[in-house]
Design a protein around this ligand. Structure first.
Ligand code: TRP
Length: 391
């Protein structure tokens, strides 16, 4: 859904201030996203304490649920009810190759892996290698193919089980997807697409068709296995418009509505609102960045909640809530609740400086990337094991 409403955001020390319009579609997100407003505009639900406990009873705890990084859902209660009845679900998520992978992408996939392991499910991972070609002016289909290979390495490096994980590539599995996408497309009118995505008469017709391709993996495993299997889609909240349409249509085709669990974005280096984006070099840490690059980017660009002078900082303390380095620890790199709280308190009291906080974050990211980059190289030989093959 296109959002262009006035929203109010809390601005440090000046209380509430009226902000500019904000906009979130699957293809663009402005810098002042208000997640509360998104929940009500999209019509998704917050994850209640009760639902969280039901998940945790099966999966154990995960900090991304506790810290409300994954904060919204559709039909999770139904999904868990089915699970309790013995109807296990499969997981579906995806990535449109359009550039290199950054740490923000990995955040949602780490949680996806946790879910797959905890519930012992199949994972269907779609690579719509035509999507960004259709939506981005300067991207050729050849470019997306190059990123496709690169992006698959990052997904594999996270350690998904190849026996239970199936990559679906839109242009390569077109024979499987296209007939089903047509059935979906026949139920979607132009006006539904216009109002859901803000497309207009100048949009190319590939864009108008696209959602029907993203809908298919939500029921493809059911067709393959010849029984209706519930589906859970972990995704960043900007993808919700695709799945809202999908949910409207699938029952008309005799399929279950997919359930979803939705996360916010990892913030860009430049500030705690908005979305990390591969096309903005100064806002992004890529999975292939060297330790020196990570250090340079964090030191130079990571927005600091610290005070201007050391003296002031010691006296008044910093603000971890708007500090990007702290937020990276909270979102991804410091799972330990007590350690995170200690850092929060030390920074807020002024005992820890911005330089010290940045150094902790640099070390954590580099430790992670060192391992990730090793696994990424080993992934090259594994791609073929992950690409779905018909029996
Ligand atoms: N449209 C997503 C992107 O821009 C890719 C995608 C396809 C996806 N299917 C998905 C994302 C399912 C989340 C869940 O990257």
């Amino acid at each position: 859904m296109l959002l262009t409403r006035n929203v109010y955001i809390k601005v440090q020390s000046t209380g509430f201030m009226k902000s500019d319009d904000f906009k979130v579609t699957p293809w663009e997100a402005s810098e002042n996203i208000n997640y509360e407003r998104l929940v009500s505009q999209f019509g998704v639900e917050h994850i209640s304490e009760e639902l969280k406990e039901r998940i945790e009873k099966i999966s154990g705890k995960h900090f991304m649920l506790d810290r409300k990084i994954f904060f919204a859902h559709r039909d999770l209660k139904w999904l868990l009810d089915e699970y309790d009845k013995g109807n296990k679900f499969f997981i579906y998520t995806g990535r449109s190759p359009s550039g290199p992978i950054h740490i923000g992408h990995l955040m949602a996939w780490q949680f996806t892996k946790f879910l797959q392991d905890a519930f012992d499910t199949e994972l269907w991972f779609q690579f719509p290698d035509e999507e960004k070609f259709l939506f981005k002016k300067d991207l050729s289909l050849e470019d997306t193919q190059k990123y496709l290979e690169e992006n698959m390495l990052d997904v594999i490096a996270l350690g998904f089980n190849p026996k239970k994980t199936h990559f679906i590539i839109n242009t390569k599995h077109a024979d499987l997807l296209y007939p089903e996408a047509c059935k979906v497309a026949k139920k979607i009118t132009l006006s539904m697409v216009k109002s859901s995505f803000g497309l207009d008469d100048s949009s190319n017709i590939g864009q108008i068709f696209y959602t029907s391709m993203q809908a298919v993996p939500a029921f493809l495993p059911s067709l393959i296995k010849k029984k209706k299997i519930p589906c859970l889609i972990p995704h960043a909240i900007d993808q919700d418009p695709h799945f809202r349409l999908t949910r409207d249509i699938l029952p008309k085709l005799g399929h279950h509505k997919p359930a979803s669990i939705q996360c916010s974005f990892l913030p860009p280096l430049t500030g705690v609102s908005g979305k990390m984006s591969s096309s903005k070099e100064e806002s992004t840490i890529h999975t292939t960045d060297s330790p020196k690059e990570v250090e340079r980017k964090i030191k130079k660009y990571a927005f600091s909640g610290g005070k201007d002078t050391l003296e002031e900082h010691r006296r008044h303390g910093g603000n971890p809530d708007i500090d990007v380095s702290f937020q990276y620890l909270r979102h991804m790199f410091e799972p330990d609740e007590k350690k995170l709280r200690d850092i929060y308190n030390a920074y807020k009291s002024g005992a820890m400086t911005s330089g010290e906080l940045k150094q902790i974050t640099i070390n954590k990211i580099n430790e992670f990337l060192k391992e990730h980059q090793k696994k990424r190289i080993l992934a090259k030989n594994k791609i073929k094991d992950f690409i779905y093959k018909k029996d």
